[in-house]
Structure formats: C-alpha cells, structure tokens
Design a binder for this molecule. Structure first.
Ligand code: G3P
Ligand code: MG
Length: 343
C-alpha cells in the first residue's frame, strides 16, 4: 500500500543519515547530563515514528580511561546504551601505534589509568613518569613523591632502557615533572635517560599527543587550559633549548586522521545496526567547539551543527569556523532539524 511505501522510503532515508556527537558541552557537562542529550538518544535508538534506529557514534577529545570504563559511565549518565563499538575518544586511534613501538612513555591522566589504557591497546612495555621518579627522584626536583606513589610505581634502571616513543594520552597532572621528563627524553640519545644526544634531531624519539584543544570547559566559569596548552609550552621549551622546531603528531579532532577513523567506525556500526557495512551519505556532526568539532567536520565534508550548551558563546554563528548546517540552542534542536530535512 501507499502507506507502506512511504514508510519504507523513510526507513531507507533514516539509514542513509548518521549523527556524530561530541560529548562534553553537547550531551554532558562533566558528570552532569544535558537533558536534551538523553531525549536525543532515545529518539535515535528507536523512539520515533518509524521505530527505526538512526545510526550515531560518539567522537570526543576526552581521554584518560579505558573505552569500556568510559562508555559504561556515559550509559549511566545518558540513560541510554553506549557501545564501545560506536565510541571514539582522543587516544582510541593511537591503538594502532602498538604495532610500531614496544617500550613507550605514557603521560597524563589520573593515577595509573592511562597505563591501563595503553595495556588494553596492546603496548608491551609501558613506562609512566612515576616509574622514572621512583628510580631517580632527582630527575624532578620539585616533585613531592609520596610513599603511596612509590609503592604503586614500577622503577627500573632507565639508564639501560631505550624508550621508543612518548605518548601523551591525557592532561598532565604535574606540568613541571612531565615537561622535565619529556624534555630529557627528547634530548637524549634514542630515548635513554641520563644521555644527551649531540644532534637534537637525528636521535630524537617521536612524540604523539592525543588531542590539541587549547581550552576545555570545566566547572570553573572560564575554560581551563588543556593538552594543546601543554604541547605549546613544550614546543617553546624545546625550541629555546635546542634551537630546533619539535616535530610531533597530534590526534583527535580536528585532525584528518581522526575523521577517517570515525568513518571506519561508522561503517562497522552500520553493519552492527542494519547489516550493511557502509558510511551513510548524510552525516551530521554536532559539537560545541568551533575550533575542533566544527572546523574538522567542515573540512571533512560533513554537515556541521554548533550548539550553545558548551564552549561556543558567540552570536549568530562562529566567525572563524561557522557551522554549515546551523547554530542551535541545544542538541535536540539540531537533531530534530536534521531529521526534518532528511526524512
Ligand atoms: O578538551 C577535552 C575534552 O574534554 C573535550 O571533549 O567531548 O567536547 O570533545 P569533547
Ligand atoms: Mg565538546
């Protein structure tokens, strides 16, 4: 019948669109739910006239805990299931580096959680700054190292070990210590502490950052400095000490590699949902940060929606990186408008 035809045409269109959600400032503020976020996920998970699941994935510059720990926490806050198969955080694509490096320094995050992340990614030999301080506390002269930290660290003689790469996974909790240790390693001969390379470039080990956001919205009224600020500080110090520009790799939004990775995740999530492994044609990125979510989505050819519940506080649209689909009060407005256009 005609009614059935209309329904199947709408179902076809629903499978040909997808949403990519930023998390902080769109769906949650820290641990606090943005209520429209819960409603949006209910709609996309099937509570709509078609009774069909509309594909969506999560693409966040957040970091600091294993994927399953984070998706479990998010499912609780959002009152909707969030699968690790539809979830990308800043360091998720760095999993691929485990194939190339065995002994790595992992920097950032709370306690030893980033060590857990690196272990899950398959890195064989993971060093964190505390392991190095426990071996030689004089490396970080201003650090107060507690007995508890000493007991939970894994010291070794790092003058006999080559660290092959530095991976900054999450925000440093101690800039002074982490910057000192990273500088020591970057200036060493092939990642061996207590050595200094004669040529700062040829023996330098590579450094990777999981994301480049300069600022991050928090409970504080003015956004706080994030990993991008740490990196810029390090670059300036490295240049001042060696006279050479620091080569580095940055992951996360708005880097192209992260969007390519998101496409792969979308295709395989489509397979899980609808048994069709392909990227839907009309993709909507919903974000609150013009300098990461929106500029990246624009460059990648996605429809971009900027919401007013996070970093962006401006007028009609962002002046430098305007959202191409529009600016919305919140995520529900954005999703409803996109669905009205596509379905
Ligand atoms: O800036 C770091 C992080 O908290 C941003 O997360 O979800 O807005 O990309 P998100
Ligand atoms: Mg955000």
């Amino acid at each position: 019948s005609q009614v059935q035809d209309v329904h199947s045409e709408m179902a076809r269109r629903a499978k040909n669109m997808a949403f990519v959600f930023d998390i902080d400032g769109v769906l949650v503020h820290g641990d606090r739910l943005i209520p429209e976020g819960q409603r949006v996920l209910e709609i996309l998970n099937g509570d709509n006239q078609l009774g069909i699941k509309i594909p969506h994935i999560f693409l966040t510059n957040g970091s600091g805990k294993p994927e399953l720990a984070r998706t479990t926490q998010l499912s609780g806050i959002l009152h909707n299931p969030v699968s690790t198969e539809q979830f990308i955080q800043s360091h998720t694509p760095m999993r691929a580096l485990a194939e190339y490096y065995s002994t790595v320094l992992v920097v950032g995050g709370e306690g030893y959680r980033c060590r857990d992340v690196a272990e899950e990614y398959g890195f064989k030999d993971i060093v964190v700054p505390n392991d190095i301080i426990a071996w030689d506390p004089t490396i970080a002269p201003y650090r107060v190292f507690t007995e508890e930290e000493r007991a939970s660290s894994r010291p070794r003689d790092f003058s006999k070990i080559n660290i092959e790469a530095i991976l900054v996974f999450s925000d440093s909790r101690d800039y002074a210590t982490d910057l000192q240790i990273i500088m020591d390693l970057l200036r060493s001969q092939n990642g061996r502490l207590r050595t200094v390379a004669a040529d700062p470039e040829s023996q330098r080990i590579p450094i990777y950052f999981s994301q480049g956001d300069f600022l991050c919205p928090t409970e504080h009224p003015i956004p706080r400095m994030s990993q991008g600020a740490f990196r810029i500080g390090l670059e300036a110090m490295y240049k001042a000490q060696t006279g050479v520009d620091l080569e580095r790799v940055v992951y996360g939004k708005p880097e192209l590699a992260t969007y390519k990775y998101a496409d792969e995740v979308l295709a395989s999530w489509m397979d899980v949902l609808h048994g069709e492994e392909r990227v839907p044609e009309n993709i909507y990125m919903i974000g609150d940060n013009p300098a990461s979510d929106i500029v990246g989505g624009n460059m990648y050819g996605w429809n971009t929606c900027l919401v007013r519940t996070g970093v962006f506080q401006g007028g009609e649209n962002d002046e430098e990186n305007p959202a191409n689909f529009g600016v919305f009060a919140n995520v529900l407005d954005a999703v409803k408008t996109a669905c009205r256009k596509q379905l």
